[in-house]
Design a protein around this ligand. Sequence first.
Ligand SMILES: *Cc1c(COP(=O)(O)O)cnc(C)c1O
Length: 398
Amino acid sequence: MHHDRKQDLSKSFISHAPGYWADQGVTAEEWNDYTWQLKNRITSLPQLEQHLNLSDEERNGVLLSGTKLAMAITPHFFNLIDRDDPNCPIRRQVIPRIEETWTDDYEMADPCGEDSHMPVPGLVHRYPDRVLFLVTDRCASYCRYCTRSRVVSGVGEQGLDTDYEAAFRYLEEHTEVRDVLLSGGDPLLFSDSKLEKILSRLRSIEHIEFLRIGSRIPLFLPQRITPELCAMLQKYHPLFLSVHANHPRELTVESKAGLERLANAGIPLGNQSVLLRGVNDDIETMETLVHKLLMCRVRPYYLYQMDLIRGSGHLRTSVAKGIELIEQLRGHTTGYAVPQYVIDAPGGGGKVPVNPDYVIQKNEERVLVKNYEGKVFEYPEPPVPVEAPLEPAAHLAG
Ligand SMILES: *Cc1c(COP(=O)(O)O)cnc(C)c1O
């Protein structure tokens, strides 16, 4: 289970199975069965200590997680943890730490102001033409920086009381909604038939043009991406899927195969990463991540500045660093590999793009731009149009 940095930063796809389960007599059939993966998730301190030497910060974090955001890690994802690296980028994402109980004044339980934009429980309608539909509060594994930890995993301070019927009625009445994004929690944890009920109901609403699903299952539990699931999903096109990968090690042989099955079902794939301190806030890691995503036919979509979620300060990186990373990608590699960096405005302003400044000066006559190498170029603006004459020119007047 040794991960060196060089290996992570090569673009190769590695299978880490059976890893920590090597001497536990698990068959390939069990391993590849997502129900086995879910049943055998690491959810307790003794299970964790069987495999890893924990620091005091981690041990105390695990003990407290039961009242905040539960711990759960699928065997597939757990295998990506490097036992010998206390700063392992996978470990930091899924193993609780005591720092989660430290909060700053500006941190919030609902950093994106979702609760105040819910016309119906479970339906967030912030933007004019699209809604976020929170269909479940469960995930295959829990990210320690979860923006929805107040409602996710079943142990937080609030419950998620999605009212499906009221949500469908709201969507039927609101003809301006052309795009529904299913999230949670992770919608792909639902059985095929339960998910199909939701998708077919949404498809029966004429003004809904396209459907989207946000899911981390292709990374946490790629065994769930069965041919049957893909066959069901492709009946509901146009359907897009956004995944959430933060570190190149998450793109394993199994994840790549799952993503390929989804892409072969005609589902356009995007990725939403969160900028995380010590996980992906250096250019080598970020560049390897976006290139491996393209090799899995996933287009990097958003890079999120971390929301001001309570107890996430130990994972937060500066906005200046985020801008610098985008500057180091843009132009140095294809635009397909460059995500849009955004801040989801604290309190509920929605996603705001944050970009390096490439326009260094602009007036009515010209724009001065800077390219990826820092070279400056001038682009002349078109002349200000003169008022069109009311009468045709004399030679045309006949
Ligand atoms: C992110 C988000 C969406 C989708 O935004 P896109 O930019 O269309 O991907 C919709 N609603 C809410 C509340 C969101 O947070």
